[in-house]
Write a protein of this length. Structure first.
Length: 205
């Protein structure tokens, strides 16, 4: 009885050692990037997601979503889910990567600040021996999205206008000083010319 039990335990451990490495290999989200940064309220954009198949067999990407939790300017929390724009499922051969896109849009009254997204995918594994799909994996990634205040652009525009106005004032002042210097110089030249003319007239007399 003990020998049978011991043999069963060894068999189970052997099976576990064989199966575990194949299950340990899974789909990995290796990169998540945004088409611009920062974003402003009301803007649209898209997220680029790279998924790597680090298994020895083919995988199938069934779903890919981005969940965003953000505050409205009224401090109300809002959650929204955006979906991949590709036609799923998508098959990815062993060792290859798939690049997919998730378009999204921000409300016009979203509060500025930093918020985290949750990128989620679900995949199925292909088993060559049985020629069938089996098992699933759910890789995820949490990038950071920065939402800028719309008043920053207005402030930057105002600062730019003020800077241009200041430069124009300095330029106008410089031109005015140059003009005054030229007038003074011409006046002095004119006075000297008159003095020479008077001296010449007196000499002739």
């Amino acid at each position: 009885m003990n020998k049978k039990y011991f043999a069963a335990v060894l068999l189970a451990l052997f099976c576990l050692m064989v199966i575990t490495p194949s299950l340990a290999q899974a789909t990995t989200i290796t990169a998540v990037t945004f088409d611009k940064t920062p974003y402003y309220p009301g803007q649209t954009g898209y997220i680029t997601v790279t998924l790597l198949n680090d298994r020895s067999d083919m995988i199938r990407i069934d779903t890919l979503t981005a969940d965003i939790d953000y505050y409205y300017t009224s401090e109300v929390v809002y959650s929204q889910t955006f979906y991949c724009n590709a036609t799923l499922p998508v098959n990815v051969t062993a060792g290859d990567s798939a690049v997919l896109y998730i378009p999204f849009s921000l409300p016009t009254n979203v509060a500025p600040g930093v918020t985290q997204l949750t990128i989620r995918a679900s995949t199925d594994f292909w088993h060559n021996d049985s020629q069938s799909w089996y098992g699933s994996d759910y890789p995820s990634f949490t990038p950071t999205l920065y939402i800028e205040s719309p008043f920053k652009t207005q402030m930057q525009n105002l600062q730019t206008t003020n800077t241009i106005t200041t430069i124009m004032m300095y330029l106008f002042g410089f031109v005015a000083l140059v003009f005054v210097a030229i007038v003074i110089r011409l006046s002095m030249i004119n006075k000297r010319a008159r003095a020479y003319a008077q001296a010449a007239e007196a000499g002739e007399a």
